[in-house]
Ligand binder design. Structure first.
Ligand SMILES: NC(=O)c1ccc[n+]([C@@H]2O[C@H](COP(=O)([O-])OP(=O)(O)OC[C@H]3O[C@@H](n4cnc5c(N)ncnc54)[C@H](OP(=O)(O)O)[C@@H]3O)[C@@H](O)[C@H]2O)c1
Length: 337
């Protein structure tokens, strides 16, 4: 797979990023059990095909995702670009920042991480700045090659910019069901040469054509603002969702899949690749089959008619959701600013 530079960095990354959230998962984890033997096979196959970008986080299975990725990369670390994400650290935790980073590097079996992001911003601006400064120091020490952010909208990106911190990438939710990024964040990133790494391209499988009715979607994947609080036990946002519009959109995608000859998962991922500013798409791949399908999808060129059709199909939902950036929370509870 052809690799390209990420934002203004020298990192060469593939347009497909392997989402490692499920790695190291046990029976009770969000994604359920993920065997190390499958992770090893997935990571080796990805590298063999030139898919070199891996996305993990401190929070994914309490560090076991980092450990699982580190294990799978043993002997081939130099071929990979690792993106890791750290939660905001309190002032007390910042005192142990060196140790915290060193523990993470140990879990990943590496001396440095290529890209370290703040996973979610805080509304406490002083603390946000203190966390950015701590990352900058790690960069100067060589433990982090580049700094990125995740779930940062224009105001928080501006804070980093005004501090003189070079942000090379912003990891943000972007898919046919969640287009809030398009109004301000995507143009800002394009203007500042910040690579957008789009997460949840398949909306956790909902856009992959596997579910015909809302009730078919596993409850754990029905927690976002698209779903009605009353009928979905795990929803916490208090809103009434947009289920009718969603069902309509999924039906139209099914029709387009038949017309175009491309399955829904391919349409969803290939559509993202047409959006200026999107550097890479992070798909959670559970097995080699999904990896291979997603690798084909990022390299599929859709006709302009198909892209326009997908824009139209997703437009009613986009309009109803407005400029909502946090897909799990509404209004003042939104964590993104
Ligand atoms: N920065 C953040 O705050 C943030 C938040 C969420 C996620 N992420 C990152 O983004 C990655 C991707 O997000 P995600 O895993 O939540 O969502 P996703 O990539 O939209 O969905 C992944 C799931 O879809 C199914 N799938 C994958 N490829 C498929 C294919 N070709 N055909 C059919 N089904 C397919 C698999 O689930 P089943 O086979 O089990 O159905 C897989 O686990 C995560 O691993 C993580 O690295 C970041």
């Amino acid at each position: 797979m052809k690799q390209h530079k990420l934002g203004q960095s020298e990192l060469l990354v593939s347009p497909l990023t392997i989402g490692c959230w499920s790695f190291g998962g046990g029976q009770d984890s969000y994604w359920g059990r993920q065997e190390q033997v499958d992770v090893n096979q997935l990571v080796q196959t990805a590298l063999d095909q030139g898919v070199n970008f891996f996305d993990t986080a401190f929070g994914y299975n309490d560090g076991r995702s980092e450990a699982s990725l580190g294990q799978a990369l043993a002997g081939r670390r130099q071929e990979a670009v690792i993106c890791n994400k750290i939660p905001i650290q309190s002032y007390d935790e910042l005192k142990q920042y060196d140790q915290t980073i060193s523990d993470s590097l140990k879990r990943l079996q590496t001396d440095y991480v290529d890209l370290m992001m703040i996973h979610w911003p805080t509304k406490d601006q002083d603390l946000l700045q203190a966390n950015l400064e701590a990352m900058q120091k790690q960069k100067e020490k060589g433990n982090i090659r580049y700094i990125g952010v995740s779930n940062f909208a224009t105001q928080t990106l501006e804070i980093a910019h005004n501090m003189g911190i070079e942000i090379i990438a912003d990891e943000f939710v972007y898919n046919l069901m969640s287009r809030g990024i398009e109004r301000d964040v995507l143009p800002y990133c394009c203007d500042h040469n910040i690579g957008v790494v789009a997460y949840m391209p398949l909306m956790q499988g909902i856009l992959a054509g596997k579910y015909k009715r809302i009730d078919d979607i596993p409850p754990i994947r029905r927690r976002t603002i698209h779903f009605d609080q009353e009928h979905n036990p795990l929803v916490r946002h208090g809103g009434s969702g947009y289920e009718t519009l969603l069902v309509r959109m999924l039906e139209q995608m099914r029709d387009l899949a038949i017309e175009s000859g491309y399955a829904e998962d391919r349409l969803a991922i290939a559509w993202l690749m047409t959006k200026p500013g999107v550097s890479s798409v992070i798909a959670g791949c559970r097995n080699v089959k999904q990896l291979q399908d997603n690798a084909v999808s990022v390299e599929t060129s859709l006709s302009s008619e198909t892209v326009e059709r997908l824009d139209e199909i997703s437009e009613p939902l986009r309009q109803k959701m407005g400029n909502n950036l946090d897909i799990w929370q509404l209004g003042d509870n939104s964590r993104i600013w």
